[in-house]
Design a protein around this ligand. Structure first.
Ligand SMILES: Nc1ncnc2c1ncn2[C@@H]1O[C@H](COP(=O)(O)OP(=O)(O)OP(=O)(O)O)[C@@H](O)[C@H]1O
Ligand SMILES: [Zn+2]
Length: 813
């Protein structure tokens, strides 16, 4: 017998291995096996299929070992992988690499790291495990080939697998930045008193220390209302002292525990929904349910602050009461402590968070609990699609328009929203897409009855949509070539808003201090040596940075071309806005939310919390401030440079600009309806700005969809973009033209280009692009994908083009 096995590499096809007789009985699809590839490379691969067809063209090797007694991957997951690989034109191995927590991925290059928490007591280990554990304790980390030297080589993988299972060690993830979760002390009740009888006995027989009793009662109350109790919170709300708490801990009634704030598994498993939907929300809720009875996918188009999240919560409740699981997907950056807390309040310990920035142990723990069915709700970014669900009933894809659902690099370049719909089909789960600004493709699918459509057009609590005011920058005096940062109206409004105790959000989609350093004499612009882009000045670090390749340069004081010192900084980023505000607004607290200020997830959450608690008056930010945040005191939103949003050579430019502006506007006036949005622009009559001014999503849709039809763009066509990269410009250009010629006979009418992109060099590689716009004919699309693969291979056979990188991107955005 033979097995088709997926190994985590970009091989065009899955390889086949022979199954030795003694392993046959234990082998099932979805189990991991240890296999050899080439001379001495070893991998843990996943068995996809067991069959009796001996490969014709090569002599198969034998599987070395079976690592799992039961499958780690279920059939529907294997089907999802297969679909992703074929649809997005990559290998199943690449999907596997993205889908599995590193824990499950072993290869010759794997580094094992000792888990300090395990301690030094190895008495529970067998001989071989003990040998490795000892070596790990001494050396802290070991490569798998070192393990091989210690043990007889045929045993390595199973032993390592057991050690990981016992948490003696874990697999080192080289490229992931480590996420240090914020720790806080939490207070827990000794489980002995979880039982009513015991608890009342304790309380009734209380003799001394009335303060301690009071503290205990506060604890019990907080536990009921909040679901979990942190020490600072408890002491503050009960007006108690540290010593009183210590007393209760010494009596073994309460316990304290230091843990990460977003680890949730200690929460009681309890569903507790204590709010009612408004009439409009109830109507939408019923419609969503009806629609999902007849359709597999429903789009909920609800304006900002209409309470979509509340509606999801009610739906989740129903699904988990039916004993099913729910996946709640959000764009990575929107997965904040704010939304976690909000859901945790209702679903306690039933909810698990799956975040790429959590460490492996936590991720594996959630993986296992989803598999055992203990976890009912998974809140996660796009990779949460890959969890081993048992009984998935519902997938919610919130902010479904968000571009970050599409993975750019590396493969699989999948769109998690679309993959969620496929996953729904495989598992029988219904899919709810939600957004205040759906993407055109989804809205089109809803309008043409492919999806259900439910619209919720009013904000919760009788609150009005924010008023939009255009500020015409052409009327603002300035020096030629200079950009206006603040018009007088905007500055005055900021001051007045803050003076009323209200908060402000300012949006500028550029980080750093200034994106151009230019010479006023000769026009020279500071540029990256490796990329065709101008360098952004960062004042805090006093460096020039390339936002494409990340290279850092010292600041320039004289023009590199003419030597003049007449350099100016044109345009402005968030850092400069913050500086100007700091100078101009006395005593006003400014916060900045962008990639530089928010290096880790923690800083992001801390800033959101400071803003919630009104410790920050004005929040300046990039796209990050746009994503689904719910603040109750924001009155003014300023969009500083709307022109930059509508000036892009891309067919989605208007759709994107509308989404960004409508979403950021939606942060204003969420409680009292007094929200005001000021948009600075020199194009106040631009159609998109007018649509934003009227909150007219449908108007934008009607206008844009017509253009998509006319110019044959999605949703009317399917696009595949082929990227070419090489360090020599003429090689990459010739490669792109040669490739296009080979595609031309069959697909000529669908090809656009090849052409150089606006930024034609990144990281020392010159770029070319070919756009293929195909009719929505699945056979033709499948054939085209095959042909692309074929002609990539043909091109690579030619010596001159051997090292040209060709990357197909299906449904590129
Ligand atoms: N039925 C309700 N009962 C109590 N509070 C509600 C209700 N509906 C909405 N809210 C509150 O109104 C605010 C806005 O709701 P929510 O954040 O769910 O809106 P949203 O539609 O998700 O907005 P956005 O698209 O801007 O993220 C929240 O603070 C929420 O708690
Ligand atoms: Zn660069």
């Amino acid at each position: 017998m033979y097995a088709e096995i997926i190994i985590p590499l970009a091989l065009p096809k899955n390889y086949t291995w022979e199954i030795p007789d003694h392993l046959l009985a234990n082998l099932k699809p979805g189990c991991r096996v240890e296999v050899n590839l080439g001379k001495n490379k070893k991998y843990a691969g996943i068995v996809k299929r067991i069959h009796a067809d001996r490969p014709q063209s090569f002599e198969p090797k034998e599987i070395i070992n079976v690592l799992d007694a039961t499958p780690v991957i279920q059939p529907f997951q294997l089907q999802l992988w297969e679909w992703l690989a074929s649809y997005y034109m990559c290998s199943e191995g690449e999907v596997m690499a993205a889908a599995l927590p590193s824990h499950f991925k072993l290869s010759s290059e794997t580094v094992l790291v000792f888990n300090e928490e395990y301690g030094e007591d190895f008495s529970a280990l067998d001989n071989e495990e003990y040998l490795i554990a000892e070596a790990l304790l001494m050396k802290h980390e070991l490569r798998l080939n070192e393990v091989q030297l210690i043990l007889d080589s045929s045993h390595v993988y199973p032993v390592v697998n057991r050690l990981i299972g016992k948490k003696v060690c874990f697999v080192w993830e080289s490229l992931k930045q480590t996420y240090a979760p914020k720790k806080e002390t939490f207070v827990l009740l000794n489980p002995e008193y979880d039982n009513e009888e015991k608890l009342s006995e304790l309380l009734n027989n209380w003799s001394r220390a009335p303060k301690q009793m009071e503290l205990l009662l506060s604890y019990l109350h907080l536990m009921k209302t909040e679901g979990e109790v942190s020490k600072p919170d408890l002491l503050k709300k009960s007006n108690a002292t540290d010593a009183q708490l210590k007393g209760l801990v010494e009596k073994n009634i309460l316990r304290t525990e230091k843990r990460a704030i977003d680890r949730l598994h200690y929460l009681p498993k309890d569903v507790n929904i204590d709010f009612e939907l408004s009439p409009a929300q109830s109507e939408a809720f019923e419609k969503v349910k009806q629609s999902l009875e007849v359709k597999n996918v429903c789009l909920l188009h609800g304006v900002t602050s209409s309470g979509k999240t509340q509606l999801y919560i009610k739906l989740i409740e129903q699904v988990i009461r039916q004993g099913k699981q729910v996946l709640y997907m959000l764009p990575e950056i929107a997965l904040t402590a704010q939304i976690i807390r909000r859901l945790q309040k209702f679903f306690g310990g039933y909810i698990g968070i799956y975040h790429s920035k959590f460490n492996h142990n936590e991720r594996v723990e959630i993986w296992n609990k989803v598999k055992s069915g203990e976890m009912k709700v998974v809140l996660g970014a796009r990779s949460s699609l890959f969890m081993p669900y048992q009984n998935l009933g519902l997938i919610i894809c919130d902010e479904e328009h968000d571009g970050s659902y599409k993975q750019q690099d590396p493969a699989p370049r999948y769109n998690a929203r679309d993959a969620a719909i496929y996953l729904g089909g495989l598992t029988g789960a219904k899919v709810l897409l939600g957004s205040a600004t759906p993407c055109l493709e989804s809205y089109h699918n809803a309008k043409t009855d492919k999806y259900g459509l439910v619209e919720l057009m009013e904000r919760y609590g009788d609150v009005k949509q924010p008023t939009i005011q255009m500020i015409d920058l052409r009327a603002v005096p300035r020096k030629p070539g200079e950009k206006v940062m603040f018009s007088m109206q905007l500055m005055e409004s900021i001051k007045a808003t803050v003076a009323r105790g209200k908060q402000v959000i300012l949006f500028q989609n550029r980080r750093g201090y200034s994106p151009y350093q230019t010479c006023t004499v000769c026009g020279w612009i500071a540029q990256c040596k490796h990329c065709d882009v101008s360098l952004t000045y960062h004042k805090f670090s006093n460096k020039l940075k390339c936002h494409y390749c990340g290279n850092i340069y010292p600041p320039v004081h004289t023009c590199m071309a003419c030597g003049s010192d007449k350099l100016v900084q044109r345009s402005f980023g968030t850092e400069r806005i913050e500086e100007v505000l700091d100078k101009d607004l006395d005593g006003v607290k400014i916060g900045r939310m962008d990639f530089d200020a928010i290096r880790n997830k923690n800083a992001h959450d801390v800033l959101i919390q400071q803003f919630e608690q009104k410790k920050v008056d004005v929040l300046v930010g990039t796209q990050m401030v746009v994503k689904g945040l719910d603040f109750d005191n924001v009155e003014l939103v300023g969009i500083l440079d709307a022109d930059a949003l509508v000036h892009f050579a891309d067919f989605r430019v208007n759709e994107r600009a509308f989404q960004l502006m409508e979403q950021v506007s939606g942060r204003a006036g969420r409680r009292d309806g007094k929200g005001m949005v000021m948009i600075q622009t020199s194009l106040p009559n631009h159609p998109v700005l007018q649509q934003v001014a009227r909150h007219d999503f449908v108007g934008m849709y009607v206008e844009e969809i017509e253009k998509r039809k006319q110019f044959f763009y999605p949703p009317y066509s399917r696009i595949i973009q082929v990227h070419f990269k090489h360090k020599e410009r003429d090689v990459v250009q010739d490669a792109a033209h040669r490739f296009t010629q080979s595609m031309d006979p069959a697909y000529g009418q669908y090809l656009v280009g090849p052409a150089e992109p606006v930024i034609n060099r990144v990281r020392n590689l010159y770029l070319m692009e070919l756009l293929i716009k195909l009719p929505r004919d699945s056979q033709l699309i499948a054939k085209c994908k095959q042909d692309i693969q074929k002609y990539i291979a043909v091109l690579h056979n030619e010596k001159r083009f051997r090292n040209v990188l060709l990357v197909p991107d299906v449904d590129a955005i």
